[in-house]
Design a protein around this ligand. Structure first.
Ligand SMILES: [Zn+2]
Length: 344
């Protein structure tokens, strides 16, 4: 049994707007499932103080932070066509990061084995100089850089399995050879239209960014083979001292924002794979942070499974939703379905 810590800040409800997919109901449902299952009480909950600006400014410009201050004072407004902020969004986002840094402290100091920040807004699209794609701060990049600075780690892995490419995280880590960024996501031109295999890093960081874009219809077997055949050998060579996970659940087959066919059991398998890597190379140190996931039930139960496995990977779990009804869409079917568009 692991000591698993988590954060959940009830003030996240202050960052919401009606008719937007990234709304307070997402995390409210997660919390309801955690309470009903008793999981919230079985795990250790950490505080969510507002993060210090010095940590934010490692990846974000002062100009952007100032702009955010200005915008939240306007009340509900839009930072980009997809990304809103309310009067309280800055505080909520800072508390999200503060919670994630507390988990990082607990895990890297040995007080806890692993943990997950149940935070909103998500972070992996936020850019150094701008908000983007529902995200205000680059949560996972901030935490990975913090882990390097505070605990002197030489090799940190950030793995992103959200269905959207973690373009913001990539941008913040692109020239950093000490942080390996690996992402599996819907192939461009799917939002945010980046994450091509050819994007591999810059300067010192060349070769330390790994992108695996997948076509619509990829499911449990495809994702797991990416983990085992593409990612695992690289992890074995890199030997990370800590693993951060951008855990987005929008590749679930029920999710309205994407067209992947992962099941909750598929997410479980990925978490177990990540935990095995963490055990082998990083003394079990795995720190996850919530990104997307827009079918609230699929999200809530998948997150509950993740937390259950983090505490005890031997737990046998039932997938409440089952597999995608037609099974996995294989490459051949996919080619047949789109071949008539081709004129070459
Ligand atoms: Zn996403």
């Amino acid at each position: 049994m692991n000591k698993t810590v988590y954060t959940f800040d009830p003030s996240h409800v202050e960052h919401t707007t009606s008719g937007h997919p990234e709304h307070k109901g997402r995390l409210e449902r997660v919390w309801k499932v955690l309470e009903e299952s008793g999981l919230s009480g079985r795990l250790t909950r950490l505080e969510t103080p507002e993060a210090d600006m010095e940590h934010i400014k490692v990846v974000h410009s002062t100009r952007y932070v100032d702009h955010l201050h200005y915008m939240v004072h306007q009340g509900l407004s839009y930072l980009d066509p997809d990304t809103y902020c309310t009067q309280h969004s800055l505080e909520v986002a800072l508390r999200g990061v503060g919670g994630l840094l507390n988990i990082t402290d607990a895990v890297l100091s040995g007080q806890a084995d692993n943990g997950m920040a149940l935070q909103r807004p998500p972070g992996h699209h936020a850019r150094p100089h701008a908000a983007m794609g529902f995200c205000l701060f680059g949560n996972v990049a901030i935490a990975a850089k913090y882990a390097r600075r505070k605990f002197g780690l030489e090799r940190v892995l950030v793995l992103d399995f959200d269905v959207h490419h973690g373009n913001g995280t990539q941008e913040m880590l692109y020239d950093d050879p000490n942080i390996l960024f690996m992402s599996v996501h819907g192939a461009p031109p799917f939002y945010p239209e980046s994450g091509f295999i050819q994007e591999t890093g810059r300067e010192e960081g060349e070769g330390f960014t790994v992108n695996v874009p997948l076509l619509p219809g990829a499911g449990d077997e495809t994702y797991l083979s990416v983990f085992r055949k593409v990612f695992a050998p690289l992890v074995a060579r890199f030997k990370p001292e800590a693993i951060f996970v951008s855990a987005g659940y929008d590749a679930h087959w029920m999710d309205p924002m994407a067209h992947m066919h992962l099941s909750t059991a598929g997410f479980d398998a990925m978490i177990l794979e990540l935990m095995a890597w963490a055990d082998q190379y990083a003394n079990g140190r795995l720190i996850a942070t919530l990104e997307g996931g827009y079918h609230v039930n699929a999200l809530a139960h998948s997150v509950a499974h993740t937390l259950t496995l983090l505490q005890n990977p031997d737990t046998r779990l039932e997938d409440p939703f089952g597999r995608y009804k037609d099974g996995e869409m294989h490459a051949e079917e996919l080619i047949n379905s789109i071949a008539h568009f081709w004129r070459v």
